[in-house]
Structure formats: structure tokens, C-alpha cells
Ligand binder design. Structure first.
Ligand SMILES: [Zn+2]
Length: 250
């Protein structure tokens, strides 16, 4: 059974990943993500079906446009592969369950948010609304824990808003606050605090390395770190917190 499921889940992941690339390119420009046909960014050449195969087309064309030879961004196959790997990882942990499928949708949304944030230092509002909607669905799936989802909505976002207010908007972006309203609703109280902690931990280490080695700017896109924190917290938060509490208070 499993041997059949994972390659199919991976295929779904990379096909949807190729749609995510369209979102990453078009949402910041306010373009339609459904109706416009895909074309080469350089020569306008309309892509045929065999030029739209995720990962495969990129490899087959050696990363260049078939018409004009312009180099295609490595972002396309990377996003497709990453989305495929994320789906396999999530279904591996959660199975093909409503929770697993919802988390796949959330992680795809977070992948789009992360790449757009890395490129533009902003998170489009529509994507944060999508995360909030997924948070509400998650809360609806476990109404017996409604309180934690409700408080989760404000616990981290409220803290970030305070930081925003104290630093007059220099310490944190308003997009990050809105992201944590939705993600907090999804995760509940302890998991959303854990997600923020993990994001700060990873952000301080990785961004420090990037500034030293690659002369990255001091401006930090926090969205990608929050996204990693959110996905890890959704997958393992409960387990890790229990393990930590048992270790602290045996
Ligand atoms: Zn071209």
C-alpha cells in the first residue's frame, strides 16, 4: 500500500508546486493566477503542455527557454521539488487524513509566502487571509479544543504587535503579525509559541551566517523562518513539548 501512495503524493506535490510558481510570480503583481496562459518571461513564447511538466521540463530543456534560450530561474524546479517533499513528509507523519491534507494546503501557502517574502520583504494580504481561513477550518475540526485555537489567534500576534508598536514598525513587519493571527488560530497556544521560538532561533543563527558569509542585508525576511516554525510545530509541537515537560519536571 505505502509503496504506491508516496510516489503519487510526491507527483501531486510537484504538480501543485508548479501552480505555486505561478502564484509566486503573479500575486505580487496583482495578476490573475488562473486564466492567463504561462509564457516565457523573456520572449513571451507561450508554453506548450510538454514545457509545463514540473521538474522534468526544466531538466529536459537544461534550464533554458526552448524558443529564445534565456536561462530559467532555478526557483521553478526548487519550489516544485520542495512542495513534493513537503507533501510526502506530511502524509508520512499524518497519513491521508483531513488533518494531513489541511496541513499540505497550509504548507503550500507558506511556501508561496516564504518565497514572496524573500524576494519583496512583504507578505500579500490575500495569502494571510488564506492562512487564517485554514486556521478556522482546523479549529472547526477540533471544536473540543476551541479555546486554545481562539487564544492562539492573539497570543503570538499580540506579542508581535506590541513589538511592532514599541519599535515603531522597525522590529517586525505587519505581514508577520497577520501571518501569526492565522497560524496561531491553526496551531493553538503552546504550538504557536513554540513556532515563534523556533523561528527566532533559526532566524538568529541562519541570518547571522548569511550576513557574515554572503553579505546579506540586515533586513530580515521573517516569513520563511516563521513558516518553518509553523510546519514543524504542526507536525511535532505536541510531542516535543511533552518530551520537554517530562524532562524538566520528571
Ligand atoms: Zn523565451
Amino acid at each position: 500500500m505505502n509503496q504506491i501512495i508516496y510516489p503519487i503524493v510526491f507527483l501531486y506535490g510537484i504538480v501543485i508546486g508548479s501552480f505555486l510558481n505561478v502564484c509566486i510570480y503573479r500575486i505580487p503583481k496583482g495578476e490573475d493566477v488562473i486564466r492567463t496562459r504561462s509564457h516565457c518571461m523573456n520572449c513571451g513564447h507561450w508554453l506548450r503542455w510538454y514545457e509545463l511538466l514540473p521538474v522534468v521540463s526544466y531538466l529536459f530543456q537544461r534550464g533554458r527557454c526552448r524558443n529564445c534560450g534565456e536561462k530559467l530561474s532555478l526557483q521553478y524546479p526548487m519550489v516544485e521539488l520542495l512542495n513534493g517533499i513537503l507533501y510526502v513528509w506530511i502524509i508520512w507523519e499524518k497519513g491521508i487524513t483531513p488533518e494531513g491534507i489541511l496541513l499540505c494546503i497550509l504548507s503550500s501557502t507558506l511556501l508561496v509566502i516564504s518565497v514572496i517574502d524573500l524576494k519583496t520583504f512583504t507578505i500579500p494580504l490575500g495569502l494571510n487571509v488564506m492562512v487564517f481561513f485554514l486556521g478556522l477550518v482546523r479549529a472547526g475540526m477540533e471544536l473540543e479544543r476551541a479555546t486554545t485555537h481562539l487564544i492562539g489567534m492573539v497570543v503570538v500576534s499580540g506579542f508581535l504587535w506590541l513589538l511592532y508598536w514599541l519599535t515603531k514598525g522597525k522590529g517586525i513587519g505587519d505581514g508577520d503579525i497577520k501571518l501569526m493571527i492565522g497560524a496561531g488560530t491553526y496551531l493553538g497556544v503552546t504550538n504557536s509559541i513554540f513556532a515563534l521560538w523556533l523561528a527566532c532561533f533559526l532566524g538568529s543563527i541562519l541570518h547571522g551566517i548569511r550576513m557574515k558569509l554572503f553579505k546579506a542585508s540586515h533586513q530580515l525576511a521573517f516569513g520563511p523562518y516563521l513558516s518553518v516554525g509553523i510546519i514543524i510545530a504542526a507536525l511535532y509541537g505536541q510531542k516535543l513539548i511533552q518530551w520537554y515537560l517530562q524532562w524538566m519536571f520528571p
